[in-house]
Design a protein. Structure first.
Length: 97
């Protein structure tokens, strides 16, 4: 599972860099097509996830929320169970997108 977590984190980091480049007006002139494609690819994948998976991926990997943010939504055991499901769904969607 640690390898999958690292893989999700790596994809999200590239996604966030692409998002910054796309949103930057200066970079748009020289933006490479593969950056836009990758951004759309990951964005599409995020939109395919169910609400729980999207919430977990967003808070754990995109917003990098530390601490116990999930306690407002889930018990600890439910969070870890759903987190494993979210990671697997995210990677499966990336493979199938």
């Amino acid at each position: 599972m640690k390898d999958k977590i690292k893989l999700v984190d790596r994809h999200i980091q590239h996604y966030l860099k692409a998002k910054i480049q796309i949103e930057s007006k200066i970079a748009c002139v020289h933006l490479k097509p593969h950056i836009v494609d990758f951004y759309r690819y990951v964005d599409f994948t995020l939109n395919q996830l169910d609400e729980d998976s999207k919430l977990i991926i967003t808070n754990d990997f995109i917003n990098k929320n530390k601490g116990y943010w999930y306690l407002d939504y889930y018990s600890v055991s439910t969070y870890y169970r759903l987190r494993n499901i979210a990671i697997n769904k995210f990677l499966d969607c990336l493979e199938g997108a």
